[in-house]
Design a protein around this ligand. Structure first.
Ligand code: DGL
Length: 331
C-alpha cells in the first residue's frame, strides 16, 4: 500500500481560526482564537488520506503581518521542506493579506514540494462555514504529486490559484479569491485537477532564498485619486523607504501636479514604480509617462501590494534600474 503523504499544517490565525457569538455571525466574530489543533479537529476525514502534523507558529490577524512575520514563516517552512519525512506544507492564514504572504513564499522558497496557503471567509462557528472544506482541500492539494513544482498555491472555494496571480476581491463573499487569468485548477471530490501552470519564474527558479534573507528594505505604496495632494507623495518618499509603488489611475497615469514630487523622490534615490489601482491589466512602459527619461519603472501586470514585495526583494540585491525593470517582466 502507498504511504500517506506527511503534511505539516502551520497555524498563523485568521478567520479560519475564528469564532462568532452565534452561528449566524458570518461577518462579525472574533478572529484568531482557535488553536490549529482545534481547527484540524473539524476535519477528521483528512486522516484517511494524509498523515498530518500541526504547529502553531503565530496567532494573528493577517492585517498585522510584517516583514519579520514573513521571514519567520518562510524560514520555518524552508526548514521543514528540507526534511525527507515532510511531503508538503499547508499554512492556515487570515485572508486579508494571504495573497502577499503566498507571493513572498512563491518567490523565496527553494523546493518543488507543494506549499498551500489557505484561509476562510467565514469562521468555523458560522452556518455554511467554508473553512473546513477549504482546509481539507488544501491538505489534499499539498498531498498530491500533481501539485509539485507549481509554486506556492492558494486554495479557496474549490479552486487552486497561483500565488502570483491571486487577490482578495471581496470583503465577505466566498468567491472572494480571483486570478486575472483564472485558477490553475479545481478540487473535485478531494481530487486536485490542474488545467494550466504558472508561466513566470517561481520558487526553485528565482534569485532569492528565504534562508539567506535577514531583513528587507522598505517600499511604500501611494494610492492615487483625483485631486491627490503631492504632499502625500513627499511625506511617503521621505519616510525612509527605498522604493515607492504609485498605484496610479488607469494605465499608470500620473496627474501633472504630482510628477514633480515623484521626480524629486527619484533624485533622492527612491525607485518609482508605476502601477495601477484598477486591479488588472498591464501598465505600459513609456506609455503615459516617459519612464526611460525619468528612470522610473512599471509593474507589468502586478497589483501594487505584490509589486511592493517584488521590489523589496529586488532592492535587497542592490540592482540597477534596467535589471529592476527586467524583474517585473520575469516574475
Ligand atoms: N483579520 C482578518 C485576517 O486575518 C480576517 C479576515 C479573514 O481571515 O478572512 O486577515
Amino acid at each position: 500500500m502507498k504511504e500517506k503523504a506527511h503534511i505539516v499544517v502551520i497555524g498563523t490565525g485568521g478567520t479560519i481560526a475564528g469564532r462568532g457569538a452565534s452561528s449566524v455571525n458570518t461577518s462579525a466574530y472574533a478572529c484568531s482564537v482557535l488553536s490549529i489543533d482545534e481547527v484540524l479537529s473539524g476535519i477528521p476525514e483528512v486522516a484517511a488520506v494524509s498523515r498530518v502534523s500541526a504547529e502553531q507558529l503565530m496567532q494573528i490577524g493577517s492585517e498585522n503581518f510584517t516583514t519579520e512575520h514573513l521571514l519567520q514563516l518562510g524560514k520555518r517552512i524552508d526548514t521543514l521542506l528540507r526534511r525527507d519525512d515532510v511531503d508538503g506544507i499547508v499554512v492556515t492564514h487570515g485572508t486579508d493579506t494571504i495573497d502577499e504572504t503566498a507571493y513572498f513564499l512563491h518567490l523565496t522558497l527553494k523546493s518543488p514540494k507543494p506549499v498551500v496557503v489557505v484561509g476562510s471567509m467565514r469562521p468555523p462557528s458560522s452556518l455554511s462555514a467554508d473553512g473546513p472544506l477549504n482546509l481539507y482541500n488544501a491538505i489534499l492539494v499539498a498531498s498530491s504529486p500533481a501539485s509539485h513544482a507549481k509554486g506556492t498555491l492558494v486554495v479557496s472555494n474549490d479552486e487552486i490559484h497561483s500565488a502570483r496571480d491571486v487577490v482578495k476581491t471581496s470583503t465577505f463573499k466566498l468567491e472572494s479569491f480571483r486570478s486575472p487569468y483564472g485558477p490553475l485548477g479545481y478540487i473535485v471530490e478531494g481530487n486536485p485537477r490542474y488545467y494550466r501552470v504558472p508561466a513566470r519564474r517561481h520558487t526553485t527558479e528565482t534569485q532569492w532564498s528565504v534562508d539567506e534573507i535577514y531583513q528587507l528594505p522598505e517600499v511604500g505604496i501611494v494610492y492615487a485619486h483625483a485631486g491627490i495632494d503631492a504632499a502625500v507623495i513627499e511625506a511617503t518618499a521621505q519616510s525612509g523607504i527605498r522604493g515607492l509603488i504609485y498605484a496610479a489611475t488607469g494605465n499608470g497615469n500620473v496627474a501633472g501636479h504630482v510628477v514633480g514630487a515623484l521626480l524629486r523622490a527619484r533624485r533622492r534615490g527612491v525607485q518609482i514604480v508605476r502601477a495601477s489601482r484598477t486591479g488588472s491589466g498591464i501598465v505600459t512602459r513609456n506609455g503615459a509617462q516617459p519612464d526611460d527619461e525619468y528612470d522610473w519603472l512599471v509593474v507589468d501586470d502586478q497589483v501594487p501590494q505584490k509589486a511592493r514585495l517584488l521590489l523589496m526583494l529586488s532592492l535587497s540585491d542592490g540592482q540597477h534600474s534596467t535589471e529592476l525593470q527586467d524583474v517585473f517582466y520575469r516574475y
